[in-house]
Design a protein around this ligand. Structure first.
Ligand code: PMP
Ligand code: GLN
Length: 398
């Protein structure tokens, strides 16, 4: 039986469809499977290997005991929407109405999906930066929109402002930024954020911002684009409890947006999941209310792990640029002979007992050459796991 359907569009746009029509797994699933086959330390898929704060875990247990086990409202439980609104005020001075401008989603992934499906028509352009997180390409494809990209070039992975200006036009429906950025860990400058707002106004585009690493910034404070003058009125801001509270499997995400943008996104969410994660919603609400010391410690711990992994990678022969935020280091493996990052990562679990993901999975095929020796390593792992990976990677030198 030949199975037709728009899955091919998603798979093609996420670059998972082979020339012979076969569907491959996402790069994260592929490398996680390889890691377990070879007993490798998995620095590929970005998930922490220890639990988040005890209060948050306990709040989830309590919610289950208290019977918070049936469908919550599609827009999310009031306790979490309130907590999100308070979080926006506390950290960023942003005022959002918890009843009309906040919506809970099944991870940031559903917020991304619902926003793109709700706000684009076939043929509209969606602009992302490149490299880009895989679900952006897939959802733009499913929505039958056009995916344009502006490159982020190393070593600091910032966009060229002239290239950005040239890429936005009256067909641009959404400018999608990911700040802090996966996979590069870069943080946009204020000038770049200002230019995005200016271009969105000039071409009447919506700004969509994926800020799942908002609390994992190492040397500065996160600046949400929605805080810039003129931005909030046309911005959909997306985040998730997964990274901040080491709970990626709970899939509790959210978005904030003006009511007129949120309404159509909620309409789409009703038919994606309807609602999600009832007992985890109060737990994430408890997390958002933790004191400043928790948030400071989360980024300080991760910063220490970034530095340890950077040292290990450098000792093994990679060229490393320290990321400003997030879970990942991009390392250049050219000196270790890498000419095709995907091949390099397919071999790495067996060769060195460590798994990573190639940057080629985050760019369109015509841009693969520009990232051919770049590999992403996750450092959201326990200190001893990073030490073990660093030790193993030394084998690459011999
Ligand atoms: N956006 C980015 C940039 C991510 O890195 C991730 C997950 N690593 C997601 C979205 C998905 O978040 P969630 O697990 O909450 O769906
Ligand atoms: N976002 C995670 C990463 O970048 C992976 C999530 C997934 O497996 N889809 O590693």
């Amino acid at each position: 039986m030949t199975v037709h359907g728009s899955w091919t569009r998603a798979a093609e746009s996420a670059m998972l469809l082979g020339a012979d029509g076969t569907l491959s797994q996402t790069i994260f699933a592929e490398m996680t499977a390889l890691a377990s086959r070879h007993g490798a330390v998995n620095l590929g898929q970005g998930f922490p290997d220890e639990d988040g704060p005890a209060e948050v875990l306990e709040a989830a247990r309590q919610a289950i005991s208290d019977g918070v086990n049936q469908y919550p409202p599609g827009i999310g439980l009031p306790v979490l929407r309130e907590a999100i609104a308070q979080h926006q005020r506390r950290f960023y001075g942003l005022e959002v109405d918890p009843d009309t401008e906040v919506m809970v989603t099944a991870g940031a992934t559903e917020a991304i999906a619902a926003t793109i499906l709700a706000l684009t028509e076939p043929g509209d352009e969606v602009l992302t930066f490149s490299p880009f997180y895989d679900s952006y390409g897939a959802m733009i494809g499913l929505a039958r929109a056009e995916h344009r990209t502006v490159p982020l070039r190393g070593p600091h992975f910032q966009p060229d402002h002239d290239e950005l200006r040239a890429a936005v036009n009256d067909r641009t429906r959404i400018i999608l930024i990911n700040d802090p950025h996966n996979p590069t860990g870069s943080v946009f400058s204020r000038e770049t954020l200002e230019l995005v707002v200016e271009l969105a106004h000039r071409h009447d585009a919506i700004i969509m911002t994926d800020e799942v690493y908002e609390h994992l910034v190492f040397d500065a404070h996160h600046v949400p684009i929605a805080t810039l003058p003129g931005a909030a009125e046309r911005t959909v801001s997306i985040s998730s409890g997964g990274k901040t509270f080491n709970a990626t499997g709970w899939k509790v995400g959210w978005l904030t947006a003006p009511a007129q943008l949120l309404q159509p996104i909620l309409a789409v969410k009703q038919f994606l999941t309807y609602s999600n994660a009832a007992p985890f919603q109060p737990a994430i609400a408890a997390g958002l209310g933790l004191d400043d010391a928790f948030f400071a410690a989360a980024s300080a711990t991760l910063r220490r792990r970034r530095d340890a992994l950077a040292e290990g990678l450098t000792a093994a022969g990679f060229a490393v640029q320290l990321p400003a935020a997030g879970y990942f280091i991009v390392a250049d493996a050219a000196a270790l002979g890498a000419t095709d990052a995907h091949d390099f990562c397919r071999a790495l679990p067996e060769r060195a007992g460590v798994a990573a993901v190639p940057l080629t999975a985050f760019v369109h095929p015509e841009q693969r050459e520009s990232v051919a020796s770049l590999v992403r390593f996750a450092f959201c792992k326990r200190d001893e796991v990073i030490a073990e990976a660093s030790e193993r990677l030394l084998a690459l030198r011999s």
